[in-house]
Design a protein around this ligand. Structure first.
Ligand SMILES: Cc1ncc(COP(=O)(O)O)c(C=O)c1O
Length: 384
């Protein structure tokens, strides 16, 4: 390890004077819960998404719960979920009383395998939740043709895909319902936060009700409740930070693509192509916003397990992560009968994946250092 080298985080928010000033101004304004900045950020995001109605919530997990309620999904319904994803989508499907049906993914893109999805459709299937893994858009033409064929609603899990596009069109600017996360690890942050993008103003209005206690106003200004809604309204402090972040989104994504290209160039000498992440759709490479850079480790050729490799990288001052574990093999879903072998690609990825540092706070020299460190860790792991 290089002495006194700073630790390289695998993900980190990029906040500057603009965000500090924006938060400070709201804190001093006297109005710190949902207010003018929430309304303004919703408008700015809506413009970014081509004019589609957009509503902010406290997290994408909250947006998932609200989206499922909005679509009327509940007991007796099944929802297909691309399994290379975080736990939240399946959790929320279960929370509203529906059944999560996991679908395997493509080994290289890690995005949902629609041939496997077709095998899992039943008369009860109401919706599909694909994740744009790492910021790589799913094949949107195939996805929406599949949804049309099977009469399914689509809830895009675009947590990793703000700044991504498909054939030049921003993810979130077309399609059915799209959900975004503004957690600090995402391409832009509101500390915690999420967005729901839809097509109909009526759905946006309903989202406002569902995110705030199920409350609507009667003509006489008193309040009514027709649904036991949650409390998922974003604060104005968060929204003000988000407005400053949104202005930087293009620059962040441009830089992420630059770092990812550097990784791909350097890592071809270290790893087989099948273990490197998908480089972006041919001819549409700029559509990848690179929220994550996740390789797979050739563990069958190494004498160390992944946890030991992560420790060895840590000894070089480099934090790594696992994105993601197999959601169907959690205790929750094992109890429902899911087991090893059900989703071979998802499981292979989960067992071998390693997320390397990628965010606006690192340099190309940091990427080189990560690659050199990985090369030496892997060399040692194969020699032992
Ligand atoms: C793919 C994916 N979906 C959904 C979420 C949930 O987002 P949030 O933390 O905003 O609830 C995450 C969070 O990391 C995620 O990675």
């Amino acid at each position: 390890m290089t002495p006194n080298r700073k630790t390289i985080a695998f993900a980190a928010p990029s906040l500057g004077e603009e965000e500090f000033a924006a938060a400070d101004a709201v804190l001093r304004s006297g109005w710190i819960a949902s207010g003018p900045n929430v309304t303004a950020l919703e408008g700015e995001l809506s413009t970014y998404f081509g004019g589609r109605p957009t509503r902010l919530l406290t997290s994408e997990t909250a947006a998932l719960e609200v989206a499922l309620q909005l679509l009327g999904i509940g007991p007796g319904d099944e929802v297909l979920i691309g399994a290379q994803t975080f736990f939240s989508s399946a959790n929320m499907v279960e929370k509203v009383g529906a059944k999560a049906v996991f679908v395997d993914v493509d080994l290289k893109s890690r995005n949902i395998d629609l041939a496997d999805a077709a095998r899992r459709v039943t008369a009860k299937t109401k919706a599909i939740i694909p994740t744009h893994y790492a910021g790589l858009a799913c094949d949107m033409d195939a996805l929406y043709a599949f949804a049309k064929q099977h009469n399914l609603r689509v809830i895009e899990d675009a947590a990793l895909a703000i700044g991504s596009s498909w054939k030049g069109k921003a993810i979130g600017s077309f399609g059915d319902v799209a959900l975004f996360s503004f957690h600090p690890n995402k391409n832009i942050t509101t500390i915690e936060g999420g967005a729901l993008v839809c097509n109909e103003i009526a759905d946006a209005k309903r989202t406002e009700v569902l995110r705030f206690h199920g409350i609507s106003r009667r003509p006489d200004q008193t309040r009514d409740v027709d649904f036991p809604g949650g409390k998922f309204n974003m604060t104005d402090v968060s929204a003000a930070i988000g407005r400053a972040q949104l202005k930087k989104l293009d620059a962040f994504c441009h830089y992420r693509r630059q770092l990812a290209a550097r990784y791909l160039t350097r890592l071809t000498a270290i790893l087989d192509d099948s273990l490197l992440p998908h480089a972006g759709h041919v001819g549409d490479e700029a559509g990848h916003s690179w929220n994550l850079f996740a390789i797979r480790l050739p563990l069958d050729q190494l004498k160390l397990c992944r946890a030991e490799i992560m420790d060895a990288m840590k000894a070089h001052g480099i934090a790594t992560s696992v994105s993601y574990e197999s959601p169907h093999l959690t205790s929750l879903f094992r109890k429902q009968g899911w087991k090893e072998g059900d989703l071979p690609n998802t499981e292979l990825i989960a067992d071998t994946t390693l997320t390397l540092p990628l965010h606006a706070g690192i340099t190309e020299a940091d990427v080189d250092y990560v690659c050199d460190s990985l090369a030496s860790v892997l060399a040692e792991a194969s020699a032992r």
